[in-house]
Design a protein around this ligand. Structure first.
Ligand SMILES: [Zn+2]
Length: 450
């Protein structure tokens, strides 16, 4: 048993912060919450006077097997598997105790499942398994390892694979291209096969669609439960459709913000990032040649037919342009939230292997800060990354600090409801009742299991 005593508690339920609370944890679960609880003799006790306890974070959009900047290196399969394990440890060290992986290849999923079976340090791991790309379309056209579906029979086989993979849903895409240049989408026949086949198998549909047109099209053809990215400029009609259908949006402000990694070198030198991110990924993130190759590669994907990319490239990649896009995307999320669309924290960490900047772990904390920058209160941002995320993912024993729930907790000095930045300096992270410092989780040394 473990006792956490004299803590401030933000429990994520919507209740006010409680000033002096004790929590008892046994066999990985929270068994009692109250003030001045009797603590059984001999119980390991942490006195948390001055500290705040909050639920462990949930990041609902990650790609744990994607190595940031991998295309700038050449890892062996064995080393790649070690890095996947390091990514998972990084999440826990950063207080992210549950993740949803929104697209992973079968071999990589086998690596993660093997780690799970070994009781390795990792967040609770949910996955959408191997996604269903349209024939010739996204993301298989950018990351060719991903398979495609072109017929109802192929859809059926792909959905059966997801059931075997124990996926919590099916990832679909409606993506016409970064600057709208006609990437192929599902045929109506394939879309119908996905919709019906997913319903038969009890798989919820998660859709990548980033413009208003694409989200409209997805709502028409696929009836998704969740969009894994928000639309860039939502209009009133789309907002109404989302609210009426109860569709949630995952925040992913990182998708715009990560470009700034090309300029903000200090992102890769702060203590937490240096602690949890593999050395070679930090080196790539700080490497000027890799930066050039990244910008060039992005333009190749975005504008394959354009001959003189230099001028466009210098405009698209300018920091002020990125900042403007980020402001617009933040305002869009705020609009959606105000209309009553559930907003879930998700960072798209790992992203494309071409991009060196969305490193696993710290990027989730950055996403939390980006929500605050977008006009969410710290409490709203934390709720997006705890209770709302759990609700949207159908999890009933994480996301809040309540008796009976899994003891997944973050413990910080200072007040996260004033400044979510305090999560960059957590004193302890509790995962499944086991308490360690961020250093302890990152190092893969055994900790105290209660
Ligand atoms: Zn993604």
């Amino acid at each position: 048993m473990l006792a956490l005593v004299h803590a401030r508690l933000w429990d994520g339920t919507g209740a006010d912060v409680q000033p002096d609370v004790d929590l008892l944890i046994d066999e990985g679960r929270i068994v009692a919450i109250g003030s001045s609880l009797p603590v059984p003799e001999g119980t390991e006790t942490l006195d948390l006077a001055g500290a705040t306890v909050l639920p462990g974070l949930i990041d609902a959009h990650v790609h744990v097997a994607s190595e940031p900047g991998q295309t700038h290196r050449n890892p062996t399969p064995e080393h790649h598997a070690e890095l996947v394990a390091a990514h998972l440890r990084a999440y826990v060290a950063c207080g992210v105790t549950t993740v949803l992986d929104t697209g992973i290849l079968p071999d990589d999923l086998a690596t993660v499942r093997a780690l799970e079976a070994q009781d390795a340090v990792m967040p609770r791991f949910l996955t959408l398994g191997t996604l269903l790309a349209p024939e010739g379309g996204y993301p298989a056209n950018v990351i060719p390892a991903f398979p495609t579906v072109g017929t109802p029979e192929e859809v059926s086989r792909a959905l059966d694979l997801l059931v075997d993979q124990n996926a919590v849903g099916v990832k679909t895409t409606v993506e016409q291209g970064l600057f709208g240049h006609g990437w192929p989408l599902y045929t109506p026949e394939v879309a119908a096969a996905i919709r019906e086949g997913a319903a038969e198998r009890g798989l919820r549909i998660f859709t990548h669609a980033m413009s208003v047109d694409e989200q409209d099209e997805a709502l028409d053809l696929l009836a998704p439960a969740v969009f894994v990215h928000p639309p860039d400029r939502p209009n009133g009609r789309l907002r109404e459709r989302l609210v009426a259908a109860g569709v949630a949006e995952i925040s992913t402000l990182t998708v715009v913000d990560e470009m700034r990694g090309a300029w903000e070198r200090e992102r890769f030198t702060d203590p937490l990032t240096r602690l949890v991110v593999p050395e070679e990924q930090l080196a790539t993130a700080l490497d000027r040649d890799a930066r050039k190759a990244f910008l060039h590669g992005m333009l190749e994907v975005a504008l394959p037919a354009m001959p003189a990319k230099g001028l466009v490239g210098s405009m698209v990649a300018r920091e002020s342009t990125v900042r403007g896009r980020l402001r617009r995307q933040g305002a869009a999320l705020r609009d959606l939230a105000d209309a009553g669309v559930p907003i879930v924290l998700g960072s798209d960490s790992g992203s494309w292997p071409l991009i060196p900047y969305a490193v696993h772990g710290p990027t989730t904390l950055r996403e939390l800060g980006l929500l605050v920058d977008a006009g969410f209160s710290p409490e709203e941002a934390l709720t997006a990354g705890t209770r709302t995320a759990a609700e949207v993912l159908g999890l009933d024993d994480v996301g809040t600090v309540e008796v009976g729930n899994v003891a997944d907790l973050v413990i910080v000095d200072g007040d996260p409801l004033q400044d979510v930045g305090v999560l960059w300096h957590a004193t302890w992270v509790v995962r499944g009742g086991e308490v360690r410092t961020p250093e302890g989780w990152a190092s893969s040394e055994p900790g105290l299991r209660r």
